[in-house]
Every structure is written in structure tokens, then in C-alpha cells.
Design a protein around this ligand. Sequence first.
Ligand code: GDP
Length: 433
Amino acid sequence: QPVLAIVGRPNVGKSTLVNRILGRREAVVQDVPGVTRDRVAYDAQWSGRRFTVLDTGGWEPKAEGMAAAVAAQAEYAMRHADAVLVVVDATVGATATDEAVARVLRRSKRPVLLVANKVDDERLLADTASLWSLGLGEPYPVSALHGRNSGDLLDAILAVLPETPRETYSATVGGPRRVALVGRPNVGKSSLLNRLTGEDRAVVDAVAGTTVDPVDSLVELDDQVWRFVDTAGLRKRVNFASGAEYYASLRTKGAIESAEVAIVLLDASEPISEQDLRVLTMVVEAGRACVLALNKWDLVDEDRRNELERELERGLVRVTWAERVNVSALTGRAVRKLAPALRTALDSWDQRIPTGRLNGWLNDLVAATPPPVRGGKQPKILFATQASTRPPTFVLFTTGFLEAGYRRFVERRLREEFGFAGSPIRISVRVRE
Ligand code: GDP
């Protein structure tokens, strides 16, 4: 079902409004300030239509990082929701934080509704006109507390909310392929981006949303145009007072989800860390193609190199299939190898194996190495099919449970036979009675 995201700074009455939309009387449990949690989604229904309400204000930053943090929420909402509701406090008017949010949302390709909350009496109604200055269209006056106009607001929401949710990467059809450049802080993401765009475009900015940069960058590599997603976030040096890691990981997750392939950048001169592995896990779990780029190769001597290979062997068990390039954003070393690696990974991600070929290969495999006996029974693999691409997903129909070890064996052999370099693959088992 379609998703409506609610954004706005603290204390504008978001929770009360969420309750109005949900038609509940009791207050949603108040967020505990400083407690990190992910976004919260609720099911809502109005006039027979169902939709999801996404409250993005899960964590309330200290005052000094406010504009940046709320703008980051807005950025997330814009990329992941089908419509965005931005809430401001009519009794206060547009604050600097509201303006930062508006700057982000004005770029939105999705509908945005501006809600002026706390309009408890007629007198305040006139004041809401000043909110036109936010450039988000007509302000919608409501009183979430008293319920004033909330029915009209719900009608307005349904009018702009599409019937069917957007597809994550529908924009890719025919357009440039979408790349996320991700990695923990200081691995050299913005240096590499600057190297790839061939000009120094790094923008130093204290507050998110103050730049007129587009969210994505079109980058030409190897005679092909690529869309690097959410690079505005990369170029900015956003320093949140606290909770920086929470917002950095939110942003990374968002970028990965809106891309088809991720370049995971690691710093080859430093030990592979937990944080590096978390980014990789995000890519695998999102089912995106992956290129591992080991940056700062100019700093790697032979000792470090041997050490690094051991670290990679230990740490990358889940992504042994990833394409790998050793680069230096500083010297430009091997940077031109990125485009071929991206292409290989995406070809694998898109690859479809014809059912006949798949089953011919599988029959031979199972004849040579049958699944292990369980509970005195020999499970038989009856048939396999590739249910989807992006990432390639296979379904095995069997007469019994297949052990994880055997599934991994099948995956390994599948890769040996058909390639799939740079792409995760998924295998599910359906037991037929
Ligand atoms: P980000 O946080 O991932 O965007 O990382 P930056 O691009 O800001 O880079 C962090 C630091 O690493 C900066 O001081 C860069 O100059 C440095 N750096 C980036 N790439 C390289 C590289 O290939 N070699 C070396 N020696 N330093 C690099």
C-alpha cells in the first residue's frame, strides 16, 4: 500500500496529528529524547482506502543540529514515500528549520502537503497565509488536538496519494543505471566522487539543505552515463551534534535502496572494521549488486597487503562474489576499472537462466551429489526455476527439507556454472508434500 511520510521539527504536533489520521484517541507513546530508533510505520484507513503512515521523527536531536537532522528526515521521506506531509506550527510561523526542510522538499517529485497545525481558532487562520513563503503551496490549516479540519486533510491526502506504491527503482527504465557510493566516514567517498566527476565539486556545508545541488550526480565513466544517487549528502560535511551515526546509516540505507548497484568503499590502509561490514550487510540484505573498491591503495605496502588479504578472507565470507577493484582516489589509480566492474555486477544482477538449462544442470549436480539424508529420508529435488532477477532468485521444489550447507553448495555450483559475479543470489526451497 502507498506510504505517507510525516516530517517536521519537534513539538509541532506530529504525534497528535498521526493519532488523528489513525483515528485513535490515545496518544502515541511519546518518543524518549535521544533514544535512537528507526522510523515507525502505522496502518491507516480512510474512505475505504488503506495506506501506511511513516513517522520519520524517531529521534530528536539537540537544538544545534536540528535543521540538519530534520532535513535528513525530509530527504529520507522524499525518497521513500509516495507523498509527504510536512507539519509546521502555525502559532510560531516558519522557522529556519522549517525552511531547511522546505528547501529539501521543494525538489520532491512526490506530492507534498503543507500542514499548518495548532490552528485552534479563527484568529490564527489569517496568520497561516505567511506560510506560503515556504514555497510548498497552500498551507492546510488544522488543529490536530481538536480535530478541526482533519477530515478535509484526510480527503486531501487521499487525493494526492497514488493508488499503488511507487517502485523502488522504476526510474531506471531506460535511464542511467543507479549507483550508490557508500562506506564508513573517511574512506574517501567524496574524494572518489570528485575524481570521477573530474572537477572539485566538494561543497563544505554546515547545514543540510542549504545547497542548491541536485540530490544525484550524473557521472560519465567509460562512455556510459551513471546516476550516482544521493551525492548531495556525500559532498556535505554534516556534523550532527550527536546521533551522527544514526543519520549516516539512515542515509546509507536510503542510498543503497534507491540504487541498483553499490560501490562499497573500504580504506585499504586501515583494518577492516565492524562498520565496514555493516555497510556490506546492508547491500546484501537489500539484494543489490556490489562492487568492492579498496581505496587509498597508494598507502598499501607489501606487509599491509598481506594483512589485508587475510582480513578480507575472514570478513567477507558473505560477499566472496563481489567484484573487487584496488583504487586510489588520490592518484587516480585503477579508477577507470570501476565502470567495467559495475557493468559486470549489473549484468549478473539482470541475468536470467532459461528453465531448461537450469534444470539440465541441476539434474547432473543432484545425480553426482544428492542432498544429505534427513530422518531416514532422501529429499529429492524435483525442479528449479528462476523466479526473478534483480537479484536473481531461484526456487527449488523438493520433497523434503534441504540443509543450509547443501543450499550453500548449490549456490556455489550455480555461480561456478553461470557466473553471477558481483550480484547476490537468493535461493528458496519449497517442499511439496
Ligand atoms: P569520506 O568521508 O568517505 O567522504 O572521505 P573523504 O573523501 O573526505 O576522505 C577522507 C580522507 O582520506 C581525506 O583526508 C582524503 O584526502 C583522504 N583520501 C581519500 N582518498 C585517498 C586515497 O586514495 N589515498 C590517500 N592517501 N588518501 C585519501
